[in-house]
Design a protein around this ligand. Structure first.
Ligand code: PLP
Length: 499
């Protein structure tokens, strides 16, 4: 069946619509905004709509359809038990305006989640308010800014980021009004301590860094970096997007960080894509806790006579920190995401360490499997010298530069060739410090069989005739788009909107 875009269902109506209200009936709405004629909804029956959406869903690709090795995005299986728990009436039917004494269970979940995140990150306090990693970055940087303002250290106007940083790091700091100081990475992709020492001074507010970094490499000198920044009076900010590589093994607190954001939707599972919907709580050391956005869940001891005490014998309440930077999100943050992640944490408990170990194992296994398969297929120009001996964390980068020089095939060509073989493409051209970069993150939920098969397909793509690869993909619903044309001539309207 063909799709229904642009089809207005000439034969009858599948819905009934109330007549538009008149201006007199809606005095508070400006007359220019009052609808003059019925909305132009498609006149479709229920079966037609069901078929339309089912058809659309079949043209989509997601983690439930196939392997999704999108580096930096942690697209892993989301256990369905999370959904069951998030849909329980006692959870799904809560209203954020309900009085605290009716929310003791809900508040205890928030309290427990805050506590658990603080423990695994080596922090003292947590807020669950931000709804994305990037918003967490902004929130924490604002807390650091307020901390310095209250101490009278207004001269701290700079934030240091390595050149391998995710783009959201400098963007968040710039949004808060900081000047960005970028430091170059060493040849091996790790941070350059000398470059850091040269820029850290009394104008430094913070350094933002992720560890493992965006190349999937662990920054072994991180404690020394923390010492340099702290000696200059600055704060250390941990971008926790890669936390799923270290959970239960080490922590930002142990590495000397003062603040951290978590991409709950990556480490603790939760559907995400296109930037959300997610959850980006932040954790901080005690000196930054008074600046956190509220409400945060707090708990007090309760007397046995208190009829409102929760089942565990405490009284839970919302709390606004003393010097809070203010709200960054309405209500309780992205509550559905928090609950799903809490369910995940409750399900696996101390097994979460194993999750990290498997994520790292899978990444290294796949890295070598690709190398092995490529060599077996006669493609020996895949890795740059020395790169094959590197140990990655939960993700790794491949440079397609040698392949480009030998075959004229770019990272984008290989990515598109993988689409034709039924895979989501890895992340391409990020981080920018790696020429012709492909970034692959298999996650812990994939089997050895899946990884082996992917490696074989990867090698086959590299063996494909370059002319064919330049044309790929040819089997997907949408062929390769001219991205420059699309960006320059942006059109967000479907022709149906104009009908
Ligand atoms: C290293 C890193 N930092 C920050 C972010 C931003 O997180 P979010 O997409 O949740 O805003 C990402 C997202 O992929 C990331 O990989």
């Amino acid at each position: 069946m063909s799709h229904l875009f642009g089809h207005n269902g000439a034969e009858g109506e599948g819905y009934s619509q109330p007549a538009p209200l008149t201006t007199a009936q809606t005095p508070s709405v400006p007359s220019a905004l009052v609808r003059a004629r019925p909305a132009r909804w498609p006149r479709l029956s229920e079966p037609e709509m069901v078929r339309h959406y089912t058809w659309l869903s079949k043209r989509n690709f997601g983690i439930d359809t196939g392997f999704y090795p999108l580096g930096s995005c942690t697209m892993k299986h989301n256990p369905r038990v999370n959904e069951v728990i998030a849909q329980l009436p006692g959870i799904a039917d809560i209203h954020p305006h309900q009085p605290e004494h009716q929310l003791q269970g809900w508040l205890s979940i928030y309290y427990e989640m805050q506590h658990m995140l603080a423990v695994v990150a080596g922090m003292d306090d947590v807020t669950l308010q931000p709804v994305a990693g990037a918003q967490g970055e902004f929130t924490a940087i604002r807390c650091i800014q307020e901390y310095f303002r209250l101490r009278g250290e207004d001269q701290r106007t700079k934030v240091i980021v390595p050149d391998s940083a995710h783009g959201t790091n400098p963007a968040s700091a710039a949004m808060a009004g900081f000047e960005i100081v970028e430091i170059p990475s060493l040849e091996d992709g790790r941070m350059d301590l000398e470059a850091l020492a040269a820029v850290a001074d009394e104008t430094t507010a913070a350094m933002m860094i992720t560890n493992p970094n965006t190349l999937g490499l662990f920054e072994a000198d991180i404690s020394e970096a923390s010492r340099i920044v702290h000696d200059a009076g600055g704060q250390m900010y941990y971008d926790g997007a890669n936390f799923n590589a270290i959970l239960g093994i080490t922590s930002p607190g142990l590495m000397g960080f003062d603040a951290v954001h978590f991409n709950l939707h990556k480490t603790f599972s939760q559907p995400h894509g296109g930037g959300g919907p997610g959850s980006g709580p932040i954790g901080v050391k005690s000196h930054l806790a008074p600046f956190l956005p509220g409400p945060v869940a707090a708990r007090d001891e309760a007397s046995p006579e208190d009829v409102h005490r929760s089942l565990d014998g405490h009284i839970y309440r919302w709390h606004e920190p003393e010097h809070s930077i203010g709200k960054v999100q309405q209500w309780h943050g992205n509550a559905g995401a928090v609950i799903r992640c809490w369910a995940y944490y409750r399900r696996y408990g101390s097994g979460l360490k194993q999750m990290s170990e498997h994520a790292v194992l899978n990444a290294n296994y796949l890295r070598h499997a690709i190398h092995r398969e490529a060599k077996a297929a006669g493609v020996d120009h895949l890795f740059e010298d020395g790169a094959e001996t590197e140990v990655a964390k939960h993700e790794f980068t491949l440079s397609m530069q040698p392949a480009k020089e030998a075959l004229g095939v770019s990272a984008m060509d290989v990515a598109k060739g993988l689409l034709d073989r039924g895979y989501m493409a890895p992340t391409v051209y990020f981080p920018l410090v790696v020429p012709e970069c492909m970034m692959i993150e298999p996650t812990e939920t994939e089997s050895k069989d899946t990884l082996d098969t992917f490696a074989e397909h990867f090698a086959q793509v590299l063996k494909t005739d370059p002319e064919t690869l330049h044309e790929a993909p040819i089997t997907t619903p949408v062929r390769r788009v001219d991205e420059v044309y699309a960006a320059r001539n942006l059109c967000l309207k479907h022709p149906f909107d104009e009908a």
